[in-house]
Design a protein around this ligand. Sequence first.
Ligand SMILES: O=C(O)CCC(=O)C(=O)O
Length: 356
Amino acid sequence: MMNWSLNLASANAASANQPPKTDENAPFTRGRYEPVQLSVHDYRELQEKGFVKVAGLIPQSEIHELSLHMDRVLQGQETAPGFPPIDASMSEADRVARFSRIHNAHRVHAMHERFLLHPRILDVLESLHGPDILALQSMPFFKQPGQPGQGYHQDSYYIPTLPNTLIAAWVAVSEATEDNGCVWFRASSQAEPLYPEPDNEFTHESRTLQGVFDNHTASDDNPETNQLAAVAQRYPEVACPAKPGDVIFFRGNVLHRSHANRSSMPRRAFVGHYCDARSFVPWNMGEGWEGMERGEGANQYHVLARGDTHLEFATPRFGTPCAAVEERRSRVVGSLIDMPMAGNGKMGMGSVRVMR
Ligand SMILES: O=C(O)CCC(=O)C(=O)O
């Protein structure tokens, strides 16, 4: 049986097995990179279709570095707490079968943290999504030849955020084509409500809608049995091939899937999940957390990537420069602008600068 998905549950921030904190990633500052400026067209594309591709966002040299790291992981030359053991006597087939993807290694490996908090990804998120960004999940996909795809699903099904502000950044590490298993989206299906898991009573907002069903089959690869396939039919299906360094941003409710890798080469990607840092996050990599039974959130396990928040947050373990470790500046956070004709004479009063 292949181990398709490795969940680094043991590597959660509360675990005693954590590696010591380092400042290994300190050099990867924003200043190293050309800032990204998106167009209104790109913004609209995300709003209208639920996804947008930003070509050439990550420098090729860094993509190459990430791919070499993935090679070394597969060879057992590089490891971290929670990675499956690889030994030299294993056949090539056994070795590659051990990895389909790795969840949340940013808590145990500097390279994964660096890509999750990459300044050029965060620049785009700020433009598309707003100034306050919490980084929730990292997930490199190895997708070796023959490995399967993932059936229709909505990412917010797995990662609840209240309000629901989930957004993904899918970084192509190798070229992704229809043949090797690129991602396919149902364009504009982000307008759909979340079709939640039966047990997620309080984590999703749309359960009271007539027509929302309990979803037992998210990611089921068989369209005959995947309940979301019938919903997906309402929207045009669009393949999203990508070149190394391209990044596809997509909303948490958009229906998407991928197919098996039918080529002879791996199809590699690195996916980060983020939300508005002002959302309450009742999710800690599928693990419980201190305070869960009291209805408290798990925001304290997730790194503040950009901006600010009134909620708790974590700092990066490997010192990647980001809002959690930078001095946060005061900014305009309130407004006294009145609605026209409201009649209280305050119209045009302007906004309030709140100092820390
Ligand atoms: O990369 C893939 O094959 C699937 C990606 C996906 O569905 C996701 O990141 O949610």
